[in-house]
Design a protein around this ligand. Structure first.
Ligand code: KG4
Ligand code: ZN
Length: 352
């Protein structure tokens, strides 16, 4: 089995070729960072136009890197949501067109399922497993029971973790995207200098909250002497924020392990996925939690945590293997929860 995967749901134009033996034969990612940087965040219209301009060339390059022709493909998978709908449409239309022209099966992939299944591409991970999904738009703990079978245990009641990193970066004048910049700066900082809250720590369940932490970062900056934030102060704030965030996530994940184990006593794998899973401090903290609970932590290499086409191709392979293909009239979805039956989080305004 060889599948072409296409990803265009946010600000990465990506295509990859992956085979059924878990070999990544090509993985091309074009980041739009420079197009969006002047605006301090992703501008949907600019993203859609950039995907349209670049996707054909990126697909061509992936096929060339893999050294295969259309006839050797078993199918094409494209992210069909959730995400910025203009970009998602570009990827879906391109995927469908290739399938139509070459008589191939089409797989409409949920972007979050791409993140969720990446660990099965990079490591030997069997169902069921506990998944911490931390990205720019999502912060959830889920039981992964199988392809297309997810049960949400907890979610954020306000911001996603990646959003909190991005906003902290913006307040510190670090620019966009913020997560990697905060991580780089935090390495040089003193994580004990400023007190920061660990939102939800000690509470039952495994929901998250990050808005209080974000407010504390703002108040800490405002309490500094007037004038631009010095490099040393910025590093200390980044370090304190990152330590608090990692601590809060560790606490929530420990509770989730107990919830997960109550139903799957024999299961032993904790997977972390999504862009923020690239963060080394978070991975270290999660590894301690996993060790303390007799669990194994699986964290894909950072380049496969942030958005890429290989995760979409792999989800396509998993789906194709189960006969889960989609019609060419499949409609792109701006919203598409992994667990449609999940109750709303504890507070109003919670994200799905
Ligand atoms: O999964 P992803 O690439 O896109 C979405 O589906 O959202 O995640 C992007 C998010 C951004 O908020 C970015 O700042 C964050 O992941 N991120 C990081 C790191 N690398 C990316 N956050 C913290 N540390 C990192 N090293
Ligand atoms: Zn993502």
């Amino acid at each position: 089995m060889i599948v072409l995967g296409i990803e265009t749901s946010c600000d990465e134009t990506a295509a990859a070729v992956v085979d059924g033996d878990r070999r990544i034969r090509a993985n091309v990612v074009l980041s739009q960072t420079e197009e969006h940087a002047p605006f301090g965040g992703v501008v949907p219209e600019i993203a859609a136009r950039a995907h349209l301009q670049h996707l054909d060339g990126i697909v061509r390059r992936a096929m060339d890197d893999a050294g295969i022709g259309w006839g050797e493909l078993s199918g094409v998978a494209a992210t069909a949501g959730p995400g910025l709908i203009g970009g998602v449409l570009v990827g879906v239309m391109t995927g469908k067109a290739i399938c139509l022209a070459h008589g191939l099966p089409f797989m409409a992939v949920n972007h979050l399922e791409g993140h969720a299944l990446t660990a099965r591409l990079t490591d030997d991970v069997a169902f069921p497993y506990l998944l911490l999904l931390v990205s720019g738009g999502h912060c959830q703990l889920l039981t992964v029971e199988g392809v297309g079978r997810y049960r949400r245990l907890g979610t954020t009641i306000d911001d996603a973790l990646g959003e909190a990193f991005d906003k902290t970066a913006k307040m510190l004048g670090l620019g966009y995207p913020g997560g990697p910049a905060v991580e780089r700066l935090a390495v040089e900082g003193n994580a004990k200098r400023f007190p920061m809250p660990r939102p939800m720590k000690g509470r039952a369940g495994c929901d998250f909250s990050f808005s209080g932490l974000k407010t504390k970062v703002r108040q800490t900056i405002e309490a500094l002497p007037p004038g631009p934030v010095t490099d040393a102060d910025a590093a200390d704030i980044a370090a304190c924020f990152q330590a608090a965030a990692a601590d809060a996530v560790a606490d929530r994940t420990a509770n989730a392990i107990d919830m997960f184990r109550a139903e799957h006593a024999e299961a032993e794998t904790l997977v972390v996925a999504g862009g923020v899973a690239a963060n080394a401090a978070l991975r270290a903290r999660l590894s301690e939690v996993a060790d303390g609970h007799g669990m194994r932590l699986v964290a894909p290499p950072p380049a496969l945590c942030t958005d890429n086409g290989a995760m979409i191709a792999w989800a396509g392979i998993e789906r194709l293997g189960l006969g889960l293909t989609d019609d060419l009239d499949f409609k792109a979805r701006p919203r598409w929860p992994l667990d449609p039956d999940a109750p709303k989080a504890a507070f109003a305004g919670a994200k799905a």
